[in-house]
Write a protein of this length. Structure first.
Length: 247
């Protein structure tokens, strides 16, 4: 079941949706770990709580991405404190809270430093539709052209949210990639896809993009077939195996 924000739910439905989101967050962290991301604890995945919508679930600190379980997730309030008192990476609150606050349609936010996305962001180049995968982001990405790579407070996060606007992906200058989505699965799959897109763009800097019309056709077809959801399922099978390992 996929829940739309604002839908009236029973207590049982809320609990089921909460658990689904938390499991997908934990699986997302394990996928990132399998791809060799977050080895230094550099990154965060958050999911809005379906009941307390001004709060989000986040991996407690310091837990390695490869060890993430549902039990390791903490509920973070709007002020950055956690309901159970366990510590978090405060930068996650600085970046993710303003994005969640600005975008009620967003269920999840993902950001980490990657082998291709981070250097690509340093080039200040656009995400051109030079591959089929890149078409997913055509007219759906933005750039945060700001030198605040050390986001020390909510003010920086609000500027990030402003730069993101209503887009799905954001290139943080000299910093890295950020994606959002209407589900955790969509957000994780979109992040992995964007990393592959930036790899292609760096490896083929002189590639000729396809036309705007062709890019829109490819984008709309990919989104219509829910490719992100299917991609997330493939990522879990390939990099995690048994999803019950996260609890």
């Amino acid at each position: 079941m996929t829940v739309t924000e604002g839908t009236a739910l029973s207590s049982a439905e809320i609990s089921a949706e909460r658990l689904r989101r938390k499991r997908e967050v934990a699986l997302g962290y394990r996928i990132f770990a399998a791809l060799r991301w977050g080895d230094l604890g550099d990154g965060h995945i958050t999911a809005r709580d379906p009941e307390h919508t001004d709060c989000f679930w986040l991996l407690r600190y310091p837990v390695g991405f490869e060890q993430a379980t549902v039990q390791d997730l903490v509920l973070v309030r709007a002020d950055g404190t956690t309901v159970d008192g366990r510590p978090i990476n405060q930068t996650a609150h600085h970046i993710h809270h303003p994005v969640h606050a600005a975008r009620p349609d967003v269920v999840a936010v993902a950001h980490t430093h990657t082998q291709w996305g981070t250097p690509f962001c340093a080039t200040r180049r656009p995400v051109l539709p030079i591959t089929q995968e890149a078409c997913q982001f055509f007219e759906r990405w933005a750039s945060f052209d700001d030198e605040e790579v050390q986001v020390l407070g909510l003010a920086g996060g609000r500027r990030i949210a402003d730069a993101l606007g209503m887009n799905q992906a954001l290139l943080l200058r000299n910093h890295g990639l950020l994606t959002v989505g209407s589900s955790v699965a969509e957000t994780i799959a979109s992040f992995v896809t964007l990393e592959r897109v930036t790899e292609a763009l760096l490896k083929a800097p002189d590639a000729a993009p396809i036309s705007d019309d062709a890019a829109r056709v490819a984008r709309d077809d990919l989104l219509r077939h829910e490719s992100a959801r299917h991609s997330f399922e493939f990522l879990v099978k390939r990099h995690v195996g048994d999803p019950s390992v996260v609890g």
